[in-house]
Design a protein around this ligand. Sequence first.
Ligand code: NAP
Length: 282
Amino acid sequence: MKIIDGKAISASVRKELTAKAAEFENKYGRKVGLAVVKVGANPASEVYVRNKIRACEEVGVKSFSYNFPEDAEESALLELIDELNGSENVDGILVQLPLPSGLNEKKILARIAPEKDADGFHVINAGGIMLGLPCTKPCTPAGIIELIKSTGETISGKNAVVIGRSNIVGKPCAMLLLAENATVTVCHSKTADLASHTLNADILVAAVGIKQFVKGEMIKPGAIVIDVGMNRSEGKLYGDVDFESASERAAYITPVPGGVGPMTVTMLLKNTVESAFRCKEN
Ligand code: NAP
């Protein structure tokens, strides 16, 4: 069994992005810019936002932070997004989710100009993935594809099973695997006899949100296993896959932490740098 080292793969992509960001600055006289919008003080969001800002610094992308209180008015957020959409210095905009319950998440995300949608959540980008058009891909699924490709195994013709059908992970991941010519099955909480599907998976993506949900006996020997889960329990982070038993069957597996997580942040930077060039060159 080989570990897919998300940290190492991420570091090599970030090296390329550092060069690209420097090229942009030389050519256009300013840094690539990412606006990071946070509302309230959700502790997990605080950590994610801090990591994203640190990652920006690492590759030479300028971050602009905007922090709103928990009881922020929706109109104030929409006003800021309008301003950022028109800003010459901002190439990517991300609104950290989840938003406090009083705010209309769909409306706020839809307000971001699709070409500055660093997270790839805008309906135009979601539609682009569906139709196979050039678009900004959501970070976690895009990172998953990179991790699978890093094994050197071909995706084309393989049976891929995705457990989870969320709009930010499961569904777009299934679409990206389909675009790579995998034969894709999407499983969810109503799937009957889940193991009969997973045992057929050459590529298994677990995006369930339940600690150690996928056991070794559910995995086809020799499979590539991508564990998207980030489940905190007693101060520790656990994946959706039971790493120990899964390691005995899988040929390749991502660890948690150090697998999908670092790639997600790296793909956010990649989206931002690509948006910056696209905006100038089109
Ligand atoms: P989500 O929106 O809660 O979706 C979970 C999916 O799992 C749903 O489609 C649900 O099915 C399915 N599911 C739940 N119980 C199941 C069961 N018993 N059998 C089969 N399927 C089941 O979660 P998400 O946002 O996609 O995130 C999934 C996990 O990935 C979480 O742990 C999250 O923290 C993690 N995550 C990690 C990153 C990263 O960067 N590493 C990024 C995003 C998310 P239904 O649709 O039928 O309810």
